[in-house]
Design a protein around this ligand. Structure first.
Ligand SMILES: Nc1nc2c(ncn2[C@@H]2O[C@H](COP(=O)(O)OP(=O)(O)O)[C@@H](O)[C@H]2O)c(=O)[nH]1
Ligand SMILES: [Mg+2]
Length: 184
C-alpha cells in the first residue's frame, strides 16, 4: 500500500464509481505511474490493447477506473478518446518534465482537449503530474505550468505536482488532492 494508502482510503469514502482519464504524450510515464497503483492495490486488472490505439483500463476495489490514453500529437485517435469524456470525473495529465522539446506538443494536446465541447461544459478537475522529477535539468512544476500555459485554466480546479513514476514519489500527494476534489 504505502504511498497509495491514504488516497485509497479517501476514495473508500466515495461510494460511487469514479472514472478517471489519464492522458499525456507517449513516454511521459503514464504506464509506469499506473503500474505503481496496480502492484499495490489492484486485485483485478484488465488491459485492452487496441490496434494502433493504446488504451489501458483497470479498476480498483474502490470503484475507481482509470482509462489511459497516449496523446500522439497527431490527433489520429482523438475521436476515439472523446468517446470517454461524458463519463469521466477527473483528468490526470502526465507531463514529461524532462522533455522540454515536446512541451509545446503537450500544450497543444491539452488545449485541444479542453476545447472539446463535452469537457467545456463539464468542469471536472485536472491533476497535472510534472513527471520524471529525478531527471537533472528537467523542468520544475512551475516551469511545466508556464510551458503548458496552465495559468490560463481558470474555469476548473487544477493543480500540479512533481512526481517520480518509478518510485511513486509525489503521486500520492496529487491523488490525495484529487480525492478531496471528488468528494463534492
Ligand atoms: N527517470 C525517470 N524515468 C521515468 C519516470 N517515469 C517513467 N519513466 C520512464 O519513462 C519511459 C516511458 O514510461 P511509460 O510509463 O512507458 O510512458 P507512457 O508512454 O506515458 O506510458 C520508461 O522508460 C519509464 O521507465 C520518472 O519519473 N523518472
Ligand atoms: Mg504507456
Amino acid at each position: 500500500m504505502g504511498l497509495w494508502s491514504s488516497f485509497l482510503t479517501s476514495l473508500g469514502i466515495i461510494k460511487r464509481k469514479v472514472n478517471i482519464l489519464l492522458v499525456g504524450l507517449d513516454n511521459a510515464g503514464k504506464s509506469t505511474i499506473i503500474n505503481g497503483l496496480k502492484v499495490s492495490a489492484v486485485p483485478q486488472t484488465e488491459v485492452v490493447p487496441t490496434v494502433g490505439f493504446n488504451v489501458e483500463t483497470f479498476s480498483t476495489q474502490h470503484r475507481l477506473t482509470f482509462t489511459v490514453f497516449d496523446m500522439s500529437g497527431q490527433g489520429k485517435y482523438r475521436d476515439l478518446w472523446e468517446y470517454y469524456y461524458p463519463d469521466v470525473e477527473a483528468i490526470v495529465f502526465v507531463i514529461d518534465a524532462s522533455d522540454k522539446i515536446r512541451a509545446c506538443v503537450a500544450r497543444d494536446e491539452l488545449e485541444t482537449m479542453l476545447q472539446n465541447k463535452v469537457l467545456r461544459d463539464r468542469k471536472i478537475p485536472i491533476l497535472f503530474f510534472a513527471n520524471k522529477m529525478d531527471v537533472e535539468g528537467g523542468m520544475s512544476p512551475s516551469e511545466c505550468s508556464g510551458a503548458l500555459g496552465l495559468e490560463e485554466i481558470k474555469d476548473r480546479n487544477w493543480t500540479i505536482c512533481a512526481t517520480n513514476g518509478i518510485t511513486g514519489q509525489g503521486v500520492g500527494v496529487g491523488l490525495d488532492w484529487l480525492a478531496e476534489e471528488l468528494k463534492y
